[in-house]
Design a binder for this molecule. Structure first.
Ligand SMILES: C[S@@+](CC[C@H](N)C(=O)[O-])C[C@H]1O[C@@H](n2cnc3c(N)ncnc32)[C@H](O)[C@@H]1O
Length: 188
């Protein structure tokens, strides 16, 4: 039997998710970095560069309430492993409930290498980031890039996004410099 949610049911779920996101933003504005979750259109754009047919391991930094995770789950094949790393314990708990078939670690993206090793994974073929780069401390940004340098497979893909209004912030400018230094090809 297939249960399809009613329109009213979907609206209620979206509203509950948005309220959860907003509450966590109020508690921790710099680490959550946005007042609302990303849209399905942004999720599609962020995932477009990833070849789901061939990537063996996909890692998501900062899945939040699952805006990108939902779209990843819809594209995952049995050959691809997924690992989400979320710093906020409330989000991590909600993600485990909504996506029981996926693996979520409550921890920091900066600890990527150790987290992969704990799960018997040598490297990630693709990393999708929802991290709010513009509001993260510079030292954390540096640590996340150092971890990616160790743990993104050769030829791997890293996809991230930023808000236009944040582009002038030092964190966003540092991110652009880091991307150019770390990757052979950077597309916008
Ligand atoms: C802007 S929200 C994006 C959430 C979701 N990806 C979306 O697009 O709707 C940033 C997310 O990154 C998480 N986060 C912040 N710092 C983190 C870190 N060091 N490691 C892992 N997650 C982190 C926050 O808790 C939050 O869930």
């Amino acid at each position: 039997m297939q249960c399809v949610p009613t329109r009213r049911g979907r609206v209620r779920t979206v509203t509950r998710t948005a309220a959860l996101f907003l509450r966590q933003f109020v508690r921790s504005p710099r680490t959550v970095g946005a007042v609302l979750p990303s849209s399905p259109a942004l999720a599609r754009a962020v995932l477009a560069p990833i070849d789901f047919a061939s990537v063996p391991v996909i890692v998501e930094f900062g899945p939040g309430t699952g805006a990108f995770t939902r779209a990843i789950a819809a594209r995952l094949t049995p050959r691809t492993r997924y690992l989400g790393i979320e710093l906020n314990p409330v989000f991590a708990h909600a993600l485990r409930r909504e996506f029981p078939g996926l693996t979520f670690v409550h921890g920091s993206a900066a600890d990527l290498t150790g987290i992969l090793a704990d799960h018997g994974i040598a490297a990630a073929g693709a990393i999708v980031s929802g991290l709010p780069w513009a509001t993260l401390p510079t030292a954390l940004q540096k640590a996340v890039f150092a971890a990616m340098d160790r743990s993104l497979a050769p030829g791997g893909v890293f996809v991230t996004f930023g808000y236009p209004q944040s582009l002038v912030l030092p964190g966003a400018q540092a991110l652009r410099r880091r991307l150019r230094r770390a990757f052979a090809r950077v597309e916008r």
